[in-house]
Design a protein around this ligand. Structure first.
Ligand code: AHM
Ligand code: MG
Length: 344
């Protein structure tokens, strides 16, 4: 025998893992969700490859258009959106598609029409591409309602009604983290196999962490509960102050929070009255994953997954992460509400 170890032949790929879940569901499982997830995996592999080549093949830079939020689109945003839409449509499993990059929802018609709705941000944090910082794809999946043929109302539903959600992080490795409502699992792309392999089974957020993550450049605009909460963790009466980490790329900041615990915040403030992050395809999927991993996700005033969206590009404040850390910030909001009620 040489010193080299034989490769493991019992690798658990994402497809195998999801299929296995469906076997357990028995007759309920149609394999449709598995096929849909295959479309998402293909998209992710395409984006992962192109993110790595971006500088070399001139994909970095502006595509010369602005998206619905009035932001400049990068070439990679456009490419990522296009491949995601074409793969999801071709899967034959989707009825409604909502993308951060498209003003209107796409209603899939004809023979490709399926029973799932996918809301997604094809390339989140794309202002980081030039600097080589982690970026990601975020997605959430609804099943159409019982009597629906697939219309806008199927995605204007609370995040708690999603059947699956996840993200893909394009970093030093490419990681896909997702949940189908039975806990959270993480997979790493083995580029030589072209497969996502189960590497982080059953991710659980520690009940308390040591890290807070927020854009403190907005401190001048914060409302009082946020300022007071931050002071409480930076200048604690006892114990060590929290460490600050902020990448400014939600997928990376949330990924770290899921694995190590702590809190990720993007609050509303005096400048951004509804916060910055988009409810449907940023806050909902991340809140879904956080709760599935045993954490808490709130606006400060209510559970994120209970919000009923009024529009597809609506924004919402976000605090998510370790249960105890998020409960701490909520206490400051409750104290403020009490004070306001007391005065009324
Ligand atoms: P984007 O959808 O335009 O990429 O913006 C979303 C990103 C998130 O990834 C990140 O959490 C946040 O915006 C960072 O915003 P800021 O630069 O204001 O801190
Ligand atoms: Mg985004």
């Amino acid at each position: 025998m040489s010193g080299e170890e034989a490769p493991n032949t019992d690798i658990i790929t994402l497809t195998r893992h999801v299929l296995n879940d469906q076997f357990h569901l028995g007759s309920l499982a149609t394999g449709d969700l598995t096929l849909l997830l295959t479309a998402i995996q293909t998209t992710s592999k395409f984006i992962a490859t192109n993110v790595r080549k971006a500088r070399l093949i001139n994909l970095v830079g502006l595509a010369g258009e602005t998206n619905v939020q009035g932001e400049e689109q990068k070439k990679l945003d456009v490419l990522s959106n296009d491949i995601m839409v074409s793969q999801l449509r071709a899967s034959g499993k989707t009825a409604v598609l909502v993308s951060e990059e498209l003003e209107d929802a796409i209603i899939v018609e004809g023979r490709y029409k399926g029973k799932y709705c996918v809301v997604f941000d094809p390339l989140d944090g794309s202002s980081n591409i030039d600097a080589g910082v982690n970026i990601g794809t975020i997605f959430g999946i609804y099943h159409i309602q019982p009597d629906s043929k697939g219309e806008l109302s199927d995605v204007l539903r609370p995040g708690s009604q999603m059947v699956a959600a996840g993200y893909v992080m394009y970093g030093s490795s490419c990681n896909l983290v997702m949940s189908t409502g039975h806990g959270v699992n993480g997979y790493t792309l083995d580029a030589s196999l072209g497969e996502f392999i189960l590497t982080h089974p059953d991710i659980r957020i520690p009940s308390r962490g040591k890290i807070y993550s927020i854009n403190e450049g907005n401190a001048a605009y914060y409302y009082e509960p946020v300022t007071k909460y931050l002071n409480s963790i930076k200048f604690p009466a006892t114990g060590k102050p929290y460490s600050a980490r902020y990448i400014g790329s939600m997928v990376a900041d949330v990924h770290r929070t899921l694995l190590y615990g702590g809190i990720f915040c993007y609050p509303d403030d005096k400048k951004s009255k509804s916060g910055k992050l988009r409810l449907l395809y940023e806050a909902f999927p991340m809140a879904y994953l956080t709760e599935q991993a045993g954490g808490v996700a709130t606006t400060g005033r209510m559970r994120i997954l209970d919000i009923v969206p009024k529009g597809i590009h609506e924004r919402c404040p976000v605090f998510l992460g370790s249960k105890e850390d998020v409960q701490d910030v909520v206490k400051f909001y409750q104290a403020e509400a009490k004070e306001v009620n007391g005065k009324a």
